[in-house]
Design a protein around this ligand. Structure first.
Ligand code: THG
Length: 367
């Protein structure tokens, strides 16, 4: 396999030195920044994530900061999720859509104050869309990418590790809420959230200079807990049904096609750019939707292009993510399936790189 050439354009993170010292084996590029994908092996990392605690360099989840009197108004322009009852101290998973209702990103919105938000983005250049809207609507708001780098602590022992470093106060943080905690005299936003289903926290580090001190403090405190460097794990995130923007959905998809309808209150989201388009398509309902699937046979290769889903030689969908799951003893996958074939139990044929295999539409992986 060829290697990725490193350069300044492919940004390092405040934690990269620690990630390298920990023996990172593979990276992907996310928001033009290095994002680790493997430390030991996908499967070893997976078992460890589900049994212990890991420190993840997810600095590539960049923040778009909105600051000023119109910050809240701009935030609501972006999403069909109704933000009116959201308070400082809360985080919301929000679909961001364009004027056609197409998904531009699926970030976590962090409300710091009425006039200050962070939008913790997935892999697309949302900054330019947001700056364009702020300028075009003549909003009184500053939009930029601050020096803020999330570091995630994930796994069943995450709470115990975090308590060692930040004190028992972190135990009171509820899911998708945050608190302000101190580290070396610096104020940090710490949320109970993260891109795994194993539980944990995300530390939003303001000021890259503290990256390695924070990284080292967590490893020092976690020695007894078998803490390791980790990263979002492909197997675990497919099992958990966590979507990956650019892989499982693009701007060709509406939130409803992505199964993100539960994060939309389109009727209530007055101001949302995509509101009219979404109200129009919501009437009919989506004709295709994201589904969990199993794929028969031995471990599948990496899904680096769509794999067609066929029924009687007709294309009825496509797989966008797939991996061998040791715990479920099958290949787990995420795909987009047409309405005529999306019911749980439907048997399809997937055109995988090593030939046709049976795929089954599931309800959930864990049932
Ligand atoms: N954390 C932060 N920023 C992020 C991610 C993150 N930016 C990029 C990417 N991940 C955005 N995508 C997601 C996808 C899923 C979730 C969060 C961000 C998520 N979903 C939960 C679920 O589906 O079960 C819970 C959603 C909810 O109930 O509100 O956590 O991980 N900072």
């Amino acid at each position: 396999m060829a290697q990725l050439s490193l350069s300044r354009r492919l940004r390092r993170t405040p934690f990269s030195d620690g990630v390298e010292a920990a023996g990172v084996k593979a990276y992907t590029v996310y928001n033009h920044m290095l994002l680790p994908t493997v430390f030991h092996s996908l499967e070893e990392d997976y078992h460890h994530l589900k049994s212990a605690v890991q420190i993840w360099d997810v600095a590539s989840e960049r923040q778009v900061e909105l600051r000023g009197p119109d910050a809240g108004r701009l935030m609501q322009l972006l999403t069909p999720r109704d933000l009116r009852s959201m308070l400082p101290g809360q985080c919301y998973y929000v679909p961001v859509v364009d004027e056609t209702g197409g998904m531009l990103n699926d970030p976590v919105a962090v409300k710091l104050a009425e006039d200050r938000w962070w939008i913790s983005i997935a892999d697309s250049d949302l900054l330019y869309w947001i700056k364009g809207l702020a300028y075009g609507y003549r909003l009184d708001v500053l939009v930029d990418e601050p020096d803020v780098s999330p570091l995630a602590v994930q796994g069943p022992k995450a709470e115990d590790l975090m308590a060692e470093v930040f004190g028992d106060r972190i135990r009171n943080i509820r899911f998708f809420r945050y608190d302000h905690l101190q580290f070396e005299g610096r104020d940090l936003v710490v949320a109970r959230s993260g891109y795994s289903k194993q539980g944990g926290f995300e530390i939003y580090l303001e000021g890259g200079d503290l990256g390695i001190p924070l990284w080292n403090a967590l490893f020092e405190a976690g020695k007894e807990l078998d803490v390791r460097a980790g990263c979002p794990n492909l197997i675990e995130r497919i099992e958990g049904g966590l979507l990956s923007y650019g892989n499982d959905m693009t701007d060709d998809n509406t939130p409803h096609e992505c199964g993100l309808g539960k994060f939309c209150n389109t009727q209530m989201a007055i101001g949302c750019i995509g509101r009219d388009a979404l109200l129009r398509v919501a009437k009919e309902g989506p004709v295709k939707q994201i589904r969990p699937l199993s794929i028969d046979g031995p471990a599948v290769p990496p899904c680096d292009r769509y794999w067609s889903l066929l029924a009687k030689d007709k294309i009825v969908g496509r797989i966008s993510s797939a991996a061998w799951s040791p715990d479920f003893n099958m290949n787990v996958a995420i795909g987009m399936v047409r309405m005529t074939h999306w019911d749980p139990g439907t048997e399809l044929v997937v055109d995988s790189p090593d030939g046709p295999r049976r795929a089954i539409v599931l309800e959930e992986f864990w049932s």
